[in-house]
Write a protein that binds this ligand. Structure first.
Ligand code: CA
Length: 230
């Protein structure tokens, strides 16, 4: 999950990005409004955390620019400005959620997860299709076997990749598309590594749930998962 964190307080930005990376987000940081406006426009983020008080352009202006330019990425405003009329202004500018500082990271994370689920065609409390689900807290996959869920340990990249595919079941995605959503800006982006991770996931998931469409990419076969669900 690619996440853009817009926050000009360096200490908070660093602490938050570490915490979010630990929870399976590929995080890019921006410390000014103009940078944020550009990055949000040019990189395919899945979700954005936006501070309002920025040194150059205000977060509210940045958000309005994105929305005017058709960027519909879910945005959570994170700010010390918490008067009711400021919240209303934020929502009117196109925000999807609002959290006031000081806050607990736990609350931020569950709000992000809720926004991501709402934005995806896949809905429901947990990220599950048939006999396969991911456990966000433990960052593992779980496979249903008769009356229990068998744990499948995943590396960080494997987890991010599988979660992304579960959020978009049936959608054919090229290796370069997957790279854009699984790695952050600073990572070495090699689309052929996706092939390696896909084959590792296939081995761990036992069945042919991740299919290849030659010349186009990969997709998660939701039908296979539902058939196996008994
Ligand atoms: Ca600020």
């Amino acid at each position: 999950m690619r996440l853009l964190l817009v926050e000009d307080e360096l200490a908070l930005s660093q602490e938050l990005s570490t915490e979010l990376a630990r929870r399976g987000f590929a995080v890019d940081c921006s410390h000014s409004g103009s940078d944020a406006a550009f990055m949000g426009q040019s990189e395919p983020y899945d979700i954005i955390i936006l501070d309002l008080g920025l040194p150059d352009i205000s977060g509210l202006e940045v958000l309005k620019q994105w929305r005017n330019n058709g960027i519909s990425t879910p945005v959570l405003i994170l700010t010390a400005r918490a008067a009711w009329h400021e919240k209303v202004e934020g929502f009117r500018a196109g925000a999807d959620d609002y959290l006031s500082k000081p806050f607990h990271v736990e609350e931020l994370v569950v709000r992000l997860q809720a926004l991501l689920k709402r934005a995806s065609p896949q809905t429901g409390q947990e990220l599950r299709i048939g006999c396969l689900r991911v456990n966000e807290e433990r960052q593992i996959a779980q496979w249903q076997e008769q009356d229990h869920w068998r744990d499948i340990e995943l590396t960080g990249v494997e987890f991010r990749l599988l979660r992304y595919m579960l959020l978009h079941p049936g959608k054919i995605m090229s290796a370069s598309h997957l790279v854009e959503h699984v790695y952050d800006f600073n990572d070495e982006k090699e689309s052929n590594v996706i092939e390696v991770y896909i084959s590792r996931l296939r081995k761990k998931l036992c069945r042919n749930v991740i299919r290849t469409r030659r010349g186009q990419g990969y997709f998660l076969d939701a039908d296979v998962l539902r058939e196996t669900d008994s």
